[in-house]
Ligand binder design. Structure first.
Ligand code: BG6
Length: 288
């Protein structure tokens, strides 16, 4: 099917999953209904910004590897039940596409929703010169009791070479180190550079993170609201080999900067309350 005059169309991919493909003068992108998974975003004049694994599964019961999985209502392993999937249920749910609109400036606005008992989720994806991801979680007024949740917009970025990039903005923030597991490390005081497996949860932090990529001569800025955690992850060599849906050599070309509320930053909702987590991603030429 060709892109219609509005700049978007639904397509069934070669694996049988449905995705919305958007295209305008200023942007191209894709979002799957499976997981409300944004799998591509490319503003005009830039290389693709999001990374996708060539080994990703595209199956109903499994998450897509790359792009922006939504982790919800827990992050990482389930706290008490190891039979539950990592990173929660939202990323393998079928979402409903409720609205699509082409804005005057050529941006395309997409709305999706689903529910993960007892929560109702709505997700707005604005594909434009910037990518704005807005996840709203509501606990219905009929809910029996307050409920906590964790969330993460688990964004995978394409980089030229992991050992040449840096991430600034989090120099003054303490973090949980998951390699090895250390509950709280002092703020590093320096930009993040990568020379080994890195899996960190920066806590109690509203800071904007900036990814500097001299190899692609670009800078990616990840601003946020409604988020007090930022997760930074690269699996490096051994963990890449252990992940069946991740190419052995692919760790060199990606990094995750995740806009999140996890661990001690988890959100507690009262019946009738809602919370919105938003990531605002922009890209510019020049890495400094
Ligand atoms: C990151 C976690 O957010 O996601 C890592 O910090 C984890 O520990 C990674 O390995 C990928 O998780 P998954 O479930 O998609 O393989």
């Amino acid at each position: 099917m060709n892109t219609n005059s509005q700049g978007y169309h639904l397509q069934t991919d070669s694996h049988g999953l449905q995705k919305l493909v958007v295209q305008s003068d200023i942007v191209s992108g894709e979002v799957y209904l499976h997981g409300a998974h944004v799998s591509a975003w490319k503003p005009a004049g830039h290389h693709p910004v999001l990374w996708m694994s060539r080994e990703s599964w595209f199956e109903d019961a499994r998450p897509i590897r790359g792009g922006v999985p939504i982790c919800f209502p827990w992050f990482g392993p389930h706290p008490t039940d190891s039979s539950q999937p990592a990173h929660g249920l939202a990323r393998t749910r079928q979402w409903t596409l409720t609205n699509v609109r082409r804005c005057d400036d050529g941006a395309i606005e997409v709305w999706l929703q689903t529910s993960v008992d007892p929560f109702q989720l709505s997700y707005r994806v604005l594909f434009g010169a910037d990518l704005i991801l807005t996840l709203t979680t509501k606990l219905p007024p009929t809910a029996a009791a307050p409920q906590p949740f964790e969330d993460a917009l688990h964004t995978y970025f394409h980089v030229a070479e992991i050992q040449q990039i840096s991430i600034s903005g989090l120099e003054g923030v303490r973090y949980v180190d998951r390699v090895p597991q250390v509950e709280e490390r002092e703020a590093a005081g320096t930009v993040i550079r990568f020379g080994q497996e890195t899996d960190r949860i920066y806590r109690n932090s509203v800071e904007t993170a900036v990814l500097h990529d001299p190899g692609l001569n670009r800078k990616i800025t990840v601003g946020k609201s409604g988020s007090r955690s930022t997760v930074v992850w690269n699996p490096w060599i051994d963990k890449s080999r252990r992940m069946p849906d991740f190419g052995d050599d692919e760790w060199t070309g990606m990094v995750c900067i995740e806009t999140a509320n996890v661990g001690s930053d988890a959100i507690m909702l009262q019946p009738g309350q809602s919370h919105t987590t938003q990531a605002m991603i922009s890209v510019s030429h020049g890495s400094e």
